[in-house]
Design a binder for this molecule. Sequence first.
Ligand code: AMP
Ligand code: ZN
Length: 113
Amino acid sequence: MDCLFCKIAAGEIPSTKVYEDDLVYGFLDIDPQAPTHIILIPKAHIASANELTEENAGVVGHIFAVAAKLAKEQGFADAGYRIVNNCGKDGGQTVGHLHFHVLAGRNLGWPPG
Ligand code: AMP
Ligand code: ZN
């Protein structure tokens, strides 16, 4: 499948890996929007949050647990951080493979956009 993040997870396109297990791959965003900007993806291709079902959504909980682990390990858990999923055109999704941004290292402001 011609999918950028599938190719990154498979090592066919280079990335700066920060996490990997059987289900999830994590890497640094190429255009960071905060001092820490990690992308966490399921290795299985899921096009967007719109494609989540009771059958495949378990990986999302796992991704949040990985984010919490990285936050502790990288020292931004106490200061706080934001986990973001952009879905579809109005959501600002530009890569058609489900992914979660983990942003940290500055006050992120609210509301977004
Ligand atoms: P989104 O706009 O939510 O779909 O997020 C896509 C993210 O992927 C953006 O923050 C991009 O900077 C990031 N991105 C695109 N290509 C790459 C790449 N080759 N390596 C790392 N991050 C990328
Ligand atoms: Zn994919």
